[in-house]
Design a protein around this ligand. Structure first.
Ligand SMILES: *[C@@H]1O[C@H](CO)[C@@H](O)[C@H](O)[C@H]1NC(C)=O
Ligand SMILES: *[C@@H]1O[C@H](CO)[C@@H](O)[C@H](O)[C@H]1NC(C)=O
Length: 355
């Protein structure tokens, strides 16, 4: 509990230091609507015309590190990419509609440090809404996606790693794929990920170390597939060759959809303060070949089973501790984990576990 309040307070500060979107005197601005947009820097007009993307990119390119651009206008950038360079603050105050550019982000920050995006509202169907790699000291504030498909936030797998990433509140509606997919981040702090009618994961952590997350809240996430409201995969949490706890999640809530919590492929080093899972269409919780996972409390109500399992391709799960009230669904452990799972179960759910 103490950790939750501490983290919430810490993350609340990310957005609050910026004031309202577009307030004060942003160094550059994009204004207009319909088919007429203007980019200005101070009193200088940089661009006037019908190309919303060009207006935005011109404004971004015109500011220096340490300066801020506010996109006041709403419009569509189509199937294209806006690039934000090191040290710049980008505020999306209007609604930025985007199209699908294969393999690319509608907005990208790559090999850059100190970029801040305190506000952003995106609609449309991006390949990736926001795409990142090689970032350092990246800050995302209040970021909202209301999409018709695509993946909202993606940190690349096969590119340079990231250090010190902060996100305040990420809200996703109707992504076809994940809301937040991370790879290769050391030092990640997230306030909340709110996922509604999301196709794949709410929050997916892969090869992330030293993470602190407040809330992951999913409703109808990953329906009909093997993803989950919260998923750890691909050696998530593995640090210096071991699995000492370094991934802290305060709370996971999930309703309906597919899985609630899913840990797989040699991930772990994780502590989840509490879960509130109900009516999940697949396993409420599945831990498969995971090492050092402690679920410290909470409830599972109906839906698919709470399940500890293992595939033969990786070492069996070990060092698992689960304190949980499970009603209306089964608790299964097969095979028995190495180093004996510490179960502390209440509720009426049938148990097929190793004791
Ligand atoms: C990003 O930075 C890394 C490390 O400096 C470098 O190896 C890589 O080529 C850069 N990628 C791009 C696309 O610039
Ligand atoms: C088993 O658990 C004990 C106590 O928690 C720990 O010290 C030990 O490292 C674990 N053994 C293995 C093989 O992980």
């Amino acid at each position: 509990m103490a950790r939750f309040f501490f983290l919430a307070a810490l993350l609340a500060s990310i957005a609050s230091v910026y004031g309202q979107c577009g307030s004060g005197n942003p160094n550059a601005k994009v204004t207009g609507s319909g088919s007429s947009f203007t980019a200005t820097r101070g009193s200088t007009t940089l661009y006037t015309g019908s190309d919303y993307r060009l207006a935005i990119q011109t404004a971004v390119d015109s500011i220096s590190s340490g300066q801020r651009v506010s996109v006041i206008a709403s419009g569509s950038i189509g199937a294209s990419t806006i690039t934000i360079q090191s040290g710049k603050t980008f505020e999306g105050c209007g609604t930025i509609d985007v199209g699908t550019k294969s393999g690319r982000g509608a907005i990208e920050v790559t090999n850059a440090s100190g970029v801040k995006i305190p506000y952003l509202t995106m609609t449309g169907n991006p390949y990736f809404g926001l795409r990142f790699f090689g970032t350092k000291d990246l800050e995302l504030g209040q970021i909202t996606f209301d999409l018709s498909g695509g993946l909202a936030i993606r940190f690349d797998r096969d590119q340079a790693a990231n250090t010190n990433v902060k996100m305040d509140t990420i809200t996703c509606k109707r992504t076809g794929s994940h809301c937040v997919e991370t790879w290769n981040i050391d030092q990640l702090q997230i306030g909340s990920v709110i996922a509604r009618n999301v196709g794949e994961c709410g929050l997916l952590l892969q090869k992330v170390t030293n993470a602190k997350v407040g809330l992951v809240d999913g409703d109808n996430v990953a329906a009909g597939n093997g993803y989950a409201t919260l998923r750890f995969a691909n050696q998530n949490g593995k640090l210096n060759g071991g699995y000492a706890t370094n991934i802290y999640i305060d709370k996971v809530k999930s309703r309906g959809g597919g899985r609630g919590v899913f840990c797989v492929s040699e991930s772990g080093a994780a502590e989840i303060g509490s879960v509130d899972l109900a009516s999940n269409g697949n396993n409420a919780i599945l831990l498969e070949n995971c090492y050092n996972v402690n679920i410290k409390g909470g409830t599972v109500n109906g839906g698919g089973p709470v399940r500890l399992a293992a595939r033969t391709e990786f070492a069996n799960s070990k060092d698992i501790a689960i304190t949980l009230k499970v009603d209306g669904t089964e608790v299964q452990e097969n095979p028995c984990t190495a180093n004996k799972t510490k179960w502390s179960l209440t509720g009426n759910g049938k148990r097929t576990i190793c004791t």
